[in-house]
Design a protein around this ligand. Structure first.
Ligand SMILES: [Cu+2]
Length: 121
């Protein structure tokens, strides 16, 4: 009887170890979460006196410009379609782009900072 109990305990330990290994595996569901949120929003970052990349966005998208620098910057379209005005360091500016097109933009304080926003239909 004692031997059977011992076998049972060993079996339990084996099962417990096995299930904990399974639990340690990363959940595939978790990997799909980031970036899945708001389809109608896009973020453009300003880091180290440069605009980050921004993928083409459909018309009607809300664009959020985040100034991660300490310096003040602006996000200004060459044709005047949008102009954030001064965005203080750590600040942000949000606008909605409604008209399809290709918009060259720059920082009016630091004209060497440039980029292009593509708005699709
Ligand atoms: Cu600037």
């Amino acid at each position: 009887m004692r031997r059977i109990t011992l076998l049972f305990v060993i079996l339990l330990l084996a099962v417990a170890c096995g299930s904990s290994e399974v639990a340690d595996e990363p959940s595939p569901a978790g990997a799909a979460d980031p970036g899945d949120g708001d389809q109608d929003a896009a973020t453009l970052s300003i880091v180290d006196f440069a605009f980050g990349a921004i993928d083409p966005v459909p018309a009607g998208t809300t664009v959020r410009v985040v100034n991660a620098d300490d310096a003040t910057h602006t996000w200004t379209a060459a044709d005047g379609t949008f102009d954030s005005g001064r965005i203080d360091g750590g600040g942000e500016f949000t606008t909605t782009v409604d008209t399809p097109g290709e918009y060259a933009f720059m920082c009016s304080i630091h004209p060497s900072m440039t980029g292009t926003l593509v708005v699709t239909e």
